[in-house]
Design a protein around this ligand. Structure first.
Ligand code: FE
Length: 211
């Protein structure tokens, strides 16, 4: 079965004024769609066809990996955003405090890490095997999914994520990222990442990808 472009969980203009309709039309409607379409062309007739997207990400290499990973990264990213302002619920708040001291320190460190990514990439909140939370960054289409770490939150740092609204000002984009964070989704990921449920947030065993 081909990879499908997941439906956005909100309207194209729902994230305004932080992210414009035009940004979502391009980012979701053109960039994300293109990764999905290209991935489908590349996997057609290969052993990857028919696998779950997460499994494709684990197994693919090269150009195929770039496109399937970006298809997964974006599907995850859209769920990290919401037009309904939220705060982290208690368990998540405590987990963030245990790992970072407090929510504000986490936000500052995540923002700084995102700011420091040179070129295209992603910033992530991930959960390690010992249950600690950590900020990670990846280049281009790389994703923590292949490191066996569970992903809780993502921020797309490619210029296509912010150039229409904020031109080259990534810092401004990051300021506007925080009011959109879907903490419920982050908490959901944390909840299903509990030791008894591991591995399986995505219904697949997550194994490190051979390099
Ligand atoms: Fe993107």
């Amino acid at each position: 079965m081909p990879i499908t472009l997941p439906k956005l969980p909100y309207a194209l203009d729902a994230l305004e004024p932080h992210l414009s309709r035009e940004t979502l039309e391009f980012h979701y409607g053109k960039h994300h769609r293109k990764y999905v379409d290209t991935a489908n062309q590349l996997i057609a007739g290969t052993e990857l066809e028919g696998l779950a997207l997460e499994d494709m990400v684990q197994r693919a290499t090269g150009k195929v990996f770039n496109n399937v990973a970006q298809a997964w990264n974006h599907a995850f990213f859209w769920k990290c955003l919401t037009p309904r302002p939220q705060k982290p619920e208690r368990e998540l708040q405590h987990a963030l405090e245990r790992s970072f001291g407090d929510l504000e320190v986490f936000r500052q460190r995540f923002t700084q890490s995102a700011q420091d990514v040179f070129g295209s990439g992603w910033a992530w909140l991930v959960m390690n095997d010992d249950g600690s939370l950590e900020i990670a960054t990846t280049r281009n289409g790389d994703t923590p999914l292949t490191d066996g770490r569970l992903t809780l939150l993502a921020c797309d740092l490619w210029e296509h994520a912010y150039y229409i609204d904020y031109r080259n000002d990534r810092a401004k984009y990051l300021q506007h990222f925080w009011p959109l964070v879907n903490w419920e989704f982050v908490a959901e990921n944390l909840g299903t990442a509990a030791p008894t449920a591991r591995p399986g947030r995505h219904g697949v065993a997550v194994q490190p990808r051979p390099r």
